[in-house]
Design a protein around this ligand. Structure first.
Ligand code: DOR
Ligand code: ZN
Length: 393
């Protein structure tokens, strides 16, 4: 299989140029002014070709909640949004806290052959907030531990978890929330755990990744942690950088305009390493009962492009860094640059035409999104995984 993409604007974190790109099998073979005989020729004029996107934080609900999403429907939603690598969270049923559950997800993900599927492993057994014994039997490919959806309240447990993670050579993805404080003050609930965990990371030398950072003070805490030399990175979501004072249940909640400004400042000054969707599919019934979360894979690029690049806050190269290069680096994947001999995982986007997000057109099994009806720029036209067109609008 070979593909020739003609007259396209190629953008990655360090390149912005117009030319042709030739793909053979699963690899980028040539870039320049080209005239290969290919199985398919794609006209790239007026379009932008970027490294496909990488998401450090998604929920595919498989196993256990297949009525919300499955590995397959989630992967198709990812492709539709321009993603070819995702990192799954472990709040499934059963929870991802045993080699059997973990290997089953990774194995079924591989067999689907749609995108690359990675997964975290629970910090505490069954998310009980205390037990770390299961970490003695950690599968080799695990890169990050996380109790996402819940978080770890006990200082004692987190201290030991960080030491254990360091010893094992893995990182911890932190869902920063004190559940006792949440009903009283959702802001303090996030900030107090963020401050604690960055402090503990400084003390233990553990590798931390702060998930869905959403407040002024948590962004500040990450900024200062980095200055002090903590081994910490962080992600923000498309919704926390674009919405404020909106009544849509998600955890952490939609914050205020001041927080959104701080998140964007964090993006601009490099405090924020990557954008992650926290793709959290729920059925209409579960949403009606108060389940927090929204689907995000299919709207992320457009929401970020429209709010960050179209407004002049950052350039498209920087957005590519936030959605491909940096999240790939965090997950330990060689991806994010469009260069000869790199794997052909690419996305072709149209940044010229405005369109309206329609929740009924999503590929995900769920359509819980506050962006329904939003007018945006940045539509994914084609997603290429290992040199094959896996999604075409
Ligand atoms: O809004 C959220 N939904 N936040 C989380 O931390 C968990 C997630 C979910 O699993 O639904
Ligand atoms: Zn979370």
């Amino acid at each position: 299989m070979s593909l020739l993409i003609k007259n396209v604007r190629i953008i990655d974190y360090k390149t912005d140029m117009c030319c042709d790109l030739y793909i053979e099998k699963d690899q980028i073979k040539d870039i320049g002014n080209l005239s290969y005989k290919a199985d398919e020729i794609i006209d790239g004029s007026d379009k932008v070709l970027m490294p496909s996107f990488v998401d450090t934080h998604v929920h595919f609900r498989d196993p256990g909640f297949l009525y919300k999403e499955t590995l397959e429907t989630g992967s198709r939603a990812a492709l539709c949004g321009g993603y070819t690598s995702v990192n799954l969270m472990g709040n499934t049923n059963p929870i991802v806290d045993s080699p059997g559950v973990y290997e089953d997800i990774i194995c079924r993900g591989k067999n689907l052959n749609l995108i690359d599927i990675h997964s975290v492993y629970a910090v505490t057994k069954g998310f009980d907030g205390h037990t770390l014994d299961h970490l003695n039997d950690l599968p080799e490919s695990v890169r990050f531990l996380s109790d996402d959806g819940k978080g770890i309240l006990s200082n004692y447990t987190m201290f030991h978890a960080m030491n254990k993670a360091k010893e094992l050579g893995v990182g911890i993805m932190v869902h920063a929330e004190d559940p006792n404080l949440s009903p009283l003050d959702y802001r303090i609930a996030e900030d107090i755990i963020t401050l604690r965990d960055i402090y503990l990371a400084e003390q233990t030398g553990a590798r931390l990744h702060m998930s869905h950072v959403s407040t002024v003070d948590s962004i500040d805490a990450v900024r200062h942690g980095k200055i002090k030399g903590a081994n910490v990175t962080c992600e923000v979501t498309p919704h926390h950088l674009s919405l404020w004072d909106v009544n849509y249940r998600v955890n952490p909640p939609i914050r205020t305009k001041k927080d959104v400004k701080a998140v964007i400042r964090g993006i601009q000054d490099g405090t924020v390493d990557c954008i992650a969707t926290d793709h959290a599919p729920h059925s209409q019934e579960d949403k009606a009962k108060g389940a927090p979360g929204m689907v995000g894979l299919e709207t992320a690029f457009a929401v970020c492009y429209t709010n960050l690049v179209k407004t002049g806050r950052i350039g498209l190269k920087k957005l590519s860094k936030l959605m491909s290069k940096n999240p790939a680096d965090i997950l330990g994947i060689d991806h994010g640059a469009i260069e000869v001999e790199k794997k052909a995982d690419l996305v072709l986007v149209d940044i010229e035409k405005e369109y309206t997000i329609n929740k009924n057109e999503l590929m995900s099994k769920s359509n819980n999104t506050p962006f329904d009806g939003a007018k945006v720029y940045g539509r994914v036209e084609i997603t290429i995984y290992k040199g094959e067109v896996k999604y075409r609008r």
